[in-house]
Design a protein around this ligand. Structure first.
Ligand code: ADP
Ligand code: ZN
Ligand code: ZN
Length: 754
C-alpha cells in the first residue's frame, strides 16, 4: 500500500504530493487525512505530512520510495470532503495545497482545562472555637483571616482566597494538613455557550416571514430528497433581502429547525463583530445545547474542541465567523450567511478565499442549501439573484418599531452659518433632546483616526511613519502611532523640518469626537468604541454591554458600532462625515457608503420609540447618500450596476489583483516588469482583446514595514481566463530566478484597494 502525502512546508516548490510506502504495521491505522511523520530529503529529516490519497499502485519507482515512520498520536482523521475543499480553495484563490489544508483543517492543539478550586471549611462547633483560639495564641494572622471569612460563608473560590485575602499556598497547605480546611477541585471544561435557565422561545412568524420561510423550506425538502439537482443554484442558493429589523434572524431559526428535523446539521456565519452575547442567546434559547460557537477569542485549542464536538455529532448548529465554514460536520444540510455583504467574509490572508463562493461550493458537494441575508445585499449577490442564479426573497416590514426619519445635513451650509464645530445645529439639538429624554445616541465616523494626522501649518510637512508610506496618527496619550506597523513616537512640539511651533493634528478621529462631545455636553456619559478601546480581550463586548445596560448616553465609534446590534433605547444616530468612504478611490466606494449609511440608519428606532438619523455630508446629492436616506436599495442598485457595466467592474466583469511585495525595490521593479510583459504577451498570443491590464503601479500604500508593494489589476468577463493567467504566472514564478525574493499573491475580486 502507498500513500500520497503533502509535506508540511509552505513552499511552492514542494507543494505536490510525495509517494511513500505504508509499512504493514501501520496499514490499519493510516487513512486519508492522517497526519504522519516521514523521512524527507537527503538527510532523511523527520518531517510531518498529511495523507491525501491511499493507493495499491504507484507511479514512483518503489525501490527509491521511503516508508512512513509513524502516525501522529492524536489519530486525527478528516474526511475526504475537506481535502477536496482545500483543493478547491487552492485552485480558485491561488495558494499552496499545504496552506489551503491548514485553512480548512485545524491542527490539534492542547487545550488547557482550567481547574477550579474551592476552599471549604472542614470543622465546626467547639472544634472551630478551639482552632480560632489556638491561631490567636500563635498570632497566625493569615490563618485567622481565612478562618474568619470561612466562618461566615463556608466556602470561597481559591483564586479569591489567594488574590483578595492574600493567603499563600503554603498557608493553605498547612491548614489542610491540620484538617481545618479541604480543597475541592473540579475540572471546568469550557463550553462557550451557557444555556442554563433560559426561557422558551415563542416567536411566531408573521405572514411575510412565513412566506419566505416556507418557500425556502420547500426548496430544502427538494434538496434533501434529491429532486433538486446539483447545479440547480436557483433552488439551492437563496438571498433574503430584508430591511434592518424585518426578522431575518427569525426566518433563519425556522429554517434551522427544518434542517434539524431532517437530521441535518447547520453552519451559521455571522460577522465577528456582531457575534455578541445578545445574538448567540437568541439561538441558544431556541436550540439549547445543540448550538456551539466559535469566535476569534477562543484559543486554537478551544476552537479545535468545538470542531471535535461537531464531528462527533455532539452539536448540530455551529455559529461563527467565516472560519466556521470549515466545521467538520458529517451531515451538513444548511449554511446561513448573515449580513452577507460584510467585507469580513473575504479572507485577508492567503488563501484569500471568499466565504460566499466557498459556501456555494460546500453546499453543492454536501447537498445543502445556502441562505444569504442582508438589508443591503452586495452588488454581487443581488446581480446574481437578478440573473436567476440565486432565488431572491424580500422582507419589507419591521415587526417592532418604525423606520427612522433621516435628515441629510449639508456641511457647507453649516460653515456658512458660522458653525465651526463637528456637529451640525440639527444634530446638536437632537442630542440635547435625547439627553433630556434619557434616550441614547450613537455617533459614527467612517474610519478610526481618519485624517487624524499631524502636519505643520508653516511648511506643510506631514509626520509619516519611517517604515510605511502612511501618515502617523495622533493619539490622546501624546503619541503618534502608525496603524500599520505599530511604530510610535512622542508628538513633537516643534516641526522637525522648520522648527515652527504651529504643528498640530487635523481631522476628526473618534477620540476627537469624544472630546468635543464632552466639551459641548459636559453631563453626557460617553463611551468610545474603536480599535484602540477594543483591542484587549473582551473589550468590545464590555463596551457594548455597558451601553446596552444604559451606563452611557452616547456611544462614539467607527463602523464597528454599525453592525447588527439591537439597542432598543437608541433613538438617534449621527453620521458625522458620510463622505469619507466615498473618497476611497476604488470601484466599490459608493456601495460601501450606501451600506454603511443604510445600516447606520437601521440602528435607530428599534424599540417602540421613534428614531432620527442625521447624515452630515459635503455631497448631499451623491446617489449613495440620496438613496440611503430612503433606504431605497433597488434604485441604488440600478444606478450602481449601470456604472459597473459601463466600466466593466465586478460583478459584471471579474477582476484580479496581483500584489507583489519585496524588501528590495530594484528586484521588485524587475519582477513586476517581467510579470506584466508576460501578461501582455499572453493577451496577444491568445487574442484576448477583452482582457484589461491596469498597472503595474505602486499599491495604495506603497510600503508597509519596509516592504515595498506593487500591484497589477486584471479585468475580464470570463474568470477562467484570469485563472489561466494565474496558473501560468505561478509556473513562471516557480522557475524564473527573477522572482526569488518576491512574494506574489493573487486576489480574485478584490474589494478594497491595495
Ligand atoms: P433582522 O435580523 O432582519 O435585523 P431580527 O430578526 O433581529 O431582524 O428582528 C428584529 C426584532 O424584531 C427582534 O427583536 C425580533 O425578535 C423581533 N421580531 C421579528 N419577527 C418577529 C415576530 N414575528 N414576532 C415577534 N417579534 C419579532
Ligand atoms: Zn514646518
Ligand atoms: Zn509603520
Amino acid at each position: 500500500m502507498f500513500a500520497n502525502i503533502i509535506i508540511d512546508i509552505s513552499h511552492e516548490k514542494l507543494d505536490r504530493p510525495f509517494g511513500y510506502i505504508i509499512p504493514r504495521r501501520l496499514e490499519d491505522v493510516i487513512c486519508v487525512g492522517s497526519f504522519v511523520k516521514v523521512p524527507f530529503g537527503k538527510g532523511n529529516r523527520e518531517i510531518s505530512g498529511f495523507v491525501i490519497e491511499i493507493t495499491d499502485e504507484t507511479d514512483y519507482p518503489v525501490e527509491k520510495m521511503k516508508e512512513i515512520m509513524s502516525v501522529s498520536k492524536n489519530k486525527e482523521v478528516v474526511t475526504s470532503r475537506l481535502i477536496e475543499l482545500a483543493y478547491f480553495i487552492k485552485t480558485e484563490y491561488g495558494s499552496t495545497m499545504n496552506r489551503a489544508l491548514k485553512t480548512v483543517i485545524p491542527v490539534k492543539q492542547k487545550v488547557k482545562h482550567i481547574e477550579k478550586q474551592t476552599i471549604v471549611l472542614n470543622i465546626s462547633g467547639d472544634e472551630l472555637t478551639d482552632t480560632v483560639a489556638a491561631y490567636n495564641k500563635k498570632r497566625a494572622k493569615a490563618k485567622l483571616r481565612l478562618i474568619n471569612e470561612l466562618k461566615e460563608v463556608n466556602k470561597i473560590p481559591k483564586d479569591v482566597v489567594v488574590d483578595k485575602l492574600n493567603i499563600t499556598n503554603s498557608t493553605l497547605k498547612s491548614m489542610k494538613e491540620e484538617g481545618v480546611i479541604v480543597i475541592e477541585s473540579e475540572t471546568k471544561y469550557r463550553n462557550p455557550v451557557n444555556v442554563q435557565a433560559q426561557d422558551e422561545y415563542d416567536i411566531v412568524l408573521n405572514d411575510e416571514q412565513n412566506k419566505v420561510a416556507s418557500e425556502i423550506k420547500q426548496a430544502m425538502e427538494g434538496i434533501y430528497s434529491g429532486t433538486v439537482l446539483k447545479d440547480d443554484s436557483l433552488n439551492r442558493i437563496h438571498l433574503i433581502h430584508g430591511i434592518t429589523g424585518s426578522g431575518k434572524t427569525e426566518v433563519y431559526m425556522e429554517l434551522i429547525e427544518c434542517a434539524v428535523e431532517n437530521g441535518k446539521e447547520v453552519i451559521v456565519l455571522i460577522p465577528e463583530i456582531a457575534l455578541t452575547y445578545q445574538t448567540v442567546k437568541r439561538f441558544t434559547r431556541k436550540f439549547k445545547d445543540k448550538v456551539s460557537i466559535i469566535n476569534s477569542k477562543l484559543s486554537k485549542g478551544e476552537r479545535y474542541d468545538q470542531f471535535e464536538r461537531a464531528k462527533k455529532g455532539e452539536v448540530s448548529i455551529m455559529i461563527g465567523p467565516r472560519s466556521a465554514l470549515f466545521t467538520p460536520f458529517n451531515n451538513l444540510g444548511l449554511i446561513i450567511i448573515d449580513e452577507e455583504h460584510e467585507g469580513s467574509y473575504k479572507s485577508d490572508s492567503v488563501p484569500k478565499y471568499n466565504a460566499i463562493e466557498v459556501a456555494a461550493h460546500i453546499a453543492e458537494t454536501t447537498n445543502s442549501a445556502l441562505v444569504l441575508g442582508s438589508a443591503t445585499p452586495s452588488l454581487d449577490s443581488y446581480y446574481k439573484a437578478k440573473r436567476g442564479e440565486y432565488r431572491l426573497h424580500t422582507l419589507t416590514k419591521r415587526e417592532k418599531g418604525n423606520l427612522a426619519d433621516v435628515h441629510v445635513v449639508d456641511l457647507r451650509d453649516e460653515l456658512h452659518a458660522g458653525n465651526k464645530s463637528i456637529f451640525s445645529f440639527k444634530l446638536q439639538k437632537l442630542i440635547q433632546e435625547r439627553l433630556e429624554r434619557k434616550e441614547q445616541t450613537m455617533l459614527f465616523i467612517n474610519r478610526r483616526g481618519y485624517a487624524g494626522f499631524v502636519s505643520c501649518r508653516e511648511c506643510g510637512v506631514v509626520m509619516k511613519c519611517p517604515h510605511c508610506d502612511v501618515s502617523l496618527k495622533a493619539h490622546n496619550n501624546g503619541k503618534l502611532i502608525c496603524h500599520y506597523c505599530g511604530y510610535e513616537v512622542p508628538t513633537p512640539r516643534l516641526c522637525p523640518k522648520c522648527g515652527s511651533k504651529y504643528i498640530a493634528g487635523f481631522g476628526t478621529g473618534t477620540q476627537k469626537v469624544e472630546m468635543s462631545i464632552k466639551k459641548m455636553f459636559p453631563t453626557a456619559r460617553v463611551l468610545r468604541m474603536d480599535l484602540d478601546t477594543t483591542s484587549k480581550k473582551g473589550g468590545h463586548e464590555e463596551i457594548l454591554s455597558a451601553f446596552a445596560n444604559g451606563d452611557a448616553d452616547i456611544l462614539v465609534g467607527t463602523q464597528m458600532i454599525v453592525k447588527g446590534h439591537d439597542f432598543p433605547n437608541v433613538t438617534l444616530v449621527g453620521v458625522l462625515a458620510a463622505d469619507m468612504s466615498l473618497y476611497a478611490s476604488d470601484y466599490s466606494a459608493a456601495e460601501r457608503t450606501f451600506q454603511l449609511l443604510t445600516q447606520a440608519a437601521g440602528r435607530a428606532g428599534r424599540g417602540s420609540k421613534k428614531g432620527d438619523v442625521v447624515i452630515q455630508t459635503y455631497t448631499p446629492d451623491n446617489y449613495s447618500i440620496v438613496y440611503s436616506k430612503d433606504q431605497d436599495y433597488e434604485s441604488f442598485y440600478r444606478e450602481e450596476i449601470a456604472y459597473r457595466k459601463l466600466m466593466l467592474y465586478p460583478p459584471v466583469a471579474r477582476m484580479t489583483a496581483i500584489l507583489m511585495t519585496s524588501k528590495n525595490i530594484d528586484k521588485l521593479d524587475c519582477a513586476v516588469g517581467v510579470a506584466s510583459e508576460y501578461i501582455k504577451s499572453f493577451k496577444e498570443r491568445n487574442n484576448q482583446k477583452m482582457l484589461a491590464i491596469i498597472g503595474p503601479a505602486d499599491a495604495g500604500i506603497a510600503r508597509i514595514n519596509d516592504v515595498y508593494r506593487k500591484v497589477i489589476y486584471l479585468k475580464h468577463l470570463d474568470n477562467s481566463v484570469l485563472i489561466q493567467i494565474k496558473d501560468n504566472l505561478e509556473k513562471l514564478i516557480e522557475t524564473d530566478g527573477r522572482f526569488d525574493d518576491i512574494n506574489v499573491s493573487f486576489d480574485f475580486t478584490p474589494q478594497g484597494n491595495y
